[in-house]
Design a protein around this ligand. Structure first.
Ligand code: NAP
Length: 262
């Protein structure tokens, strides 16, 4: 299926590895030009090269820096002639015990996983609406629907973003101008982040890494962790011409792990 987005420009945040990189790759496969970002220069350059080799027809521009820095966010937006697609992403807050989270850790989680995406949306959404095409995807977490106690920082601030987006996406200024905002909620995907989370749980509980990974797998009806390419395929579809009638949605992709009816 041709997704109808060839030649458009996407800003993909936090995209040298993991889910962000896979989303950039899926969009590049569709002929979308990419601005990618991450803090570490070496991995970002390697990711840029891989994308260019994969589809030499698209332009790939990298912007090094932390997405919580306002000047980096502005550089990301300025790097593209126009932003048609925005994929909001960043590293997640560390797991832990709520009794130990300091005010600074709470504020850092709010900055990274709530305010940074909101500020980026603010930078691009009016221009998207004026051109009559915009697709904004926020990578959040399955924890928004099904909280895990160790991930309280992540759940709380992502719920804040989710609540904000629920209202914004339905404003006629955007919804009636083919400018959509949706959230994708990953379950457990095979990335560095998942490895770190499992490792931290193993250290806290005194169990082995394999035992913790086995417990997690046992909670997933499909019996496996997700492939980032599966996540990215959903992301690319939500960015497509065909997905124009979907906005304000929270799409869970978790191998059936969430047990609720809705
Ligand atoms: P990952 O494999 O650790 O990759 C994170 C990427 O983001 C890296 O490229 C990293 O590069 C970049 N990054 C992190 N913080 C950044 C920042 N402040 N500014 C710019 N770039 C930044 O993580 P992932 O598994 O793809 O996860 C992506 C998001 O999905 C996270 O928020 C995570 O919590 C959430 N999530 C993941 C899963 C899962 O199973 N994988 C499940 C639920 C939720 P640098 O470190 O070089 O900046």
């Amino acid at each position: 299926m041709d997704l109808g987005i060839r030649g458009k420009w996407a800003v993909v945040c936090a995209a040298s590895k993991g889910l962000g990189y896979s989303c950039a790759q899926a969009l590049a496969d569709e002929g979308v030009n990419i601005v990618i970002n991450a803090r570490g220069a070496v991995d970002l350059q390697a990711a840029t090269q891989r994308l260019k080799q994969r589809n030499p027809e698209v332009e790939v521009i990298s912007v090094i820096g932390d997405i919580t820095d306002p000047s980096i966010r502005q550089s990301l937006v300025d790097a593209a002639p126009q932003v048609d697609i925005l994929i909001n992403n960043a590293g997640g807050p560390k797991p832990g015990n709520f009794r130990e989270w300091t005010g600074d850790e709470w504020r850092s989680a709010i900055d990274t996983n709530m305010l940074a995406p909101i500020e980026l949306i603010k930078l691009v959404i009016d221009a998207m609406a004026s051109r009559g095409f915009g697709r904004i995807i926020n990578i959040t977490s399955g924890a928004v629907k099904s909280p895990l106690d160790a991930l309280g920082l992540s759940t709380s601030v992502r719920c804040g973003l989710t609540g904000f987006v629920a209202g914004l996406a339905r404003q006629k200024d955007f919804a009636a101008k083919n400018t959509t905002i949706n959230n994708i909620l990953p379950g457990a995907f095979k990335t560095q982040r998942l490895e770190h989370t499992l490792q931290a749980t193993a250290e806290r509980s005194g169990k082995t890494f394999d035992a913790v990974a086995g417990n997690r797998l046992a909670s997933i009806p499909m019996g496996r962790f997700g492939d980032p390419a599966e996540f990215a395929a959903l992301c690319a579809f939500l960015c497509s011409h065909q997905a124009a009638y979907m906005t304000g949605q929270n799409l869970l992709i978790d191998g059936g792990a969430y047990p609720g009816i809705f």
